[in-house]
Design a protein around this ligand. Structure first.
Ligand SMILES: C[S@@+](CC[C@H](N)C(=O)[O-])C[C@H]1O[C@@H](n2cnc3c(N)ncnc32)[C@H](O)[C@@H]1O
Length: 234
């Protein structure tokens, strides 16, 4: 019997937001894979560190951080071969992912390469989206509103076009893109409806009005833009 590939969401950062199912799988696994920037520690591994068993096989998926290489296809090709060998030998492989595996999660690159030939089970995680909303006390959308999720990596015009027609919004991957996003939101007169949430659920969590935010917040920062519904009146 071949092994099973698990894509396991870890939640936004605080270890007590790891689900019971994720915790059971991680604490009993024999082979653990996780994304790791090539220039620093793995955030995913650090969230799960207290429940990772000793003496297991670990597969760090080393992602080059230079611009232009993402999503690092050659790295995922190589890791997919490595994981395949374990699965073919009957060993389950648990791949952990910060937040939810299928919400901008790196697991999807392995899923694309391995799901045709191997059995895969995905364990959803608490996403940063809902964690940021909780930290800011910011309802994501109400009544007939729709929620638009926009990556800050888009250029100024794309951001403008999408934000101009959106209601409630979450802007992810903010980091060094904050000045560009803030200027688009200013053009649309939306800065006063926007908050920045950094490191939600971690001890370093910060929530601030976008107007007070620094130009270069950490990568793990999200901007929430409130829609117009007056949910208090519902
Ligand atoms: C590549 S996406 C990964 C999202 C993750 N899979 C999830 O479900 O939350 C990374 C982006 O998610 C947002 N993010 C992730 N964790 C966060 C946190 N703890 N606080 C604020 N934003 C976070 C940031 O916008 C960050 O740039």
């Amino acid at each position: 019997m071949n092994g099973l590939l698990y894509g396991v969401g870890l939640g936004p950062g605080s270890a007590d937001l790891i689900t019971i199912r994720a915790s059971r799988l991680i604490s009993t696994c024999q082979v653990l894979a996780y994304p790791k920037p090539d220039n620093c520690e793995s955030f995913a591994r650090s969230i799960a560190k207290d429940i990772i068993p000793p003496d297991i096989t670990e597969i760090p998926i080393e992602i080059p951080m230079q611009e232009g290489l993402f999503p690092a296809h050659s790295v995922y090709d190589r890791v997919a071969v490595d994981i395949s060998r374990h699965l073919d030998a009957g060993r389950d492989v648990v791949t952990i992912c910060q937040g939810d595996p299928l919400f901008y999660g790196s697991f999807m690159y392995l899923f694309a390469r391995l799901s045709k030939r191997h059995r895969v089970e995905i364990v959803p995680g608490v996403s940063s989206l809902t964690a940021c909303a909780a930290a800011a006390g910011h309802p994501l959308c109400a009544r007939h509103e729709s929620l638009c999720i926009i990556p800050a990596t888009l250029d100024h015009q794309d951001l403008y076009d999408r934000l101009a027609v959106a209601e409630s919004c979450a802007i992810v991957k903010v980091g060094r893109h904050l000045p560009k996003v803030r200027s688009v939101l200013a053009d649309l007169d939306l800065v006063s409806r926007s908050v920045l949430v950094t490191h939600a659920t971690l001890p370093s969590e910060q929530v601030m009005a976008l107007s007070d935010a620094p130009d270069n917040p950490p990568y793990f920062s999200t901007i929430l833009v409130a829609g117009c519904s007056d949910y208090a009146e519902d």
